[in-house]
Write a protein that binds this ligand. Structure first.
Ligand SMILES: [Ca+2]
Length: 311
């Protein structure tokens, strides 16, 4: 039997990589590995699976119990809980811990001549793997978006497109200039829960409000296509809240700050980012005709003749 036990602390380094024994050659039969991670203070543990290739017994993965598998454990209220179990050869999505600790158990009983095992890069992060906005470090998880810095952009749930962390609240504050409103268009929305997204139904949720503090505003959960929202004034808050069980991917949302005078000409302007270019659609109210513009890197907006809307 091969036994590997390793401990990683943020004191020893903020990032690194771990691989199965003898990677990329097959690990020996009866390999057991235990990796534990501890981040200091507000640091969270993030895992990015770069390669994942365990043997498949039979034709399909039925359950990981009877196969070589890799389990992820988290701590919620001091209890250790299994968050996920992975087997087969489908690369898992990135994972982020809800607290300072996370551990991995690998059980490689069978191995096979064609199984490379796994390669995982880990990091200790403070920003919840939220790539935009300015983080407010006086809050557990809060980000600010000022119109003066960027009038349009993308905002995502923590760790998107990986699974969002459990038992986590993140707030996103949007501040426009005096006459601006904030417009949101969620291009992806999948937040685990049941309408009306209350604690009773054990739901995670997203709340959108034009006030800093308010518990009345509508909550959103489940899978929603093309969710849009506009602030009542020049401030908007998105609150994302997950509970201590079951996970989802969360959301990706395009935002844009617009003055009402700009809205007169274009009832909806949405910004989206495809194939690395910024793309803006202008949809005229009522009859739904649209011009599509694109902006390759630093160039000016140009109309895109290859895409048309109408009807
Ligand atoms: Ca949940």
């Amino acid at each position: 039997m091969q036994l590997v036990i390793e401990q990683f602390s943020s004191d020893d380094g903020r990032a690194g990589r771990l691989v199965s024994p003898q990677y990329p050659a097959p690990y020996p039969q009866n390999t057991h590995c235990h990796y534990s991670f501890t981040g200091r203070g507000r640091l969270r543990v993030r895992l990015l699976f770069e390669d994942f290739h365990l043997p498949i017994v039979g034709e399909h993965v039925v359950d990981c119990e009877s196969m070589d598998s890799l389990d992820i454990f988290l701590y919620v209220d001091g209890r250790q809980e299994k968050m996920a179990s992975y087997c087969g050869d489908e690369t898992p999505k990135p994972i982020i811990s809800n607290g300072p600790k996370l551990s991995i158990e690998f059980r490689g009983i069978y191995s096979s001549r064609t199984s490379r095992g796994f390669k995982i890069s880990y990091s200790f992060v403070e920003d919840y793997a939220i790539a935009s906005g300015k983080q407010l470090l006086e809050f557990p998880c809060a980000f600010v978006f000022n119109s003066s810095e960027a009038r349009t952009g993308v905002v995502t749930s923590p760790n998107y497109p990986g699974l969002y962390p459990r038992d986590t609240e993140c707030n996103y504050f949007f501040y426009g200039d005096k006459n601006e409103r904030v417009h949101l268009h969620f291009s992806y929305f999948d937040v685990e829960g049941v309408v009306p997204c209350e604690a009773v139904s054990a739901s995670d949720y997203v709340q959108i409000s034009s006030q800093m503090i308010d518990s009345e505003s509508r909550r959103y959960c489940g899978q929603i296509k093309d969710l849009r929202a506009t602030s009542l004034n020049n401030f908007l808050r998105i609150t994302f809240r997950s509970n201590d069980r079951l996970d989802g991917v969360g959301f990706s949302c395009n935002y844009i700050f617009l003055r009402d005078s700009e809205m007169y000409n274009a009832s909806i302007i949405e910004a989206s980012f495809n194939r690395g270019e910024a793309e803006m659609k202008r949809i005229t109210s009522g009859c739904y005709t649209a011009q599509v513009f694109y902006k390759p890197d630093d160039l000016t907006w140009r109309e895109r003749p290859d895409i048309s809307y109408g009807g």
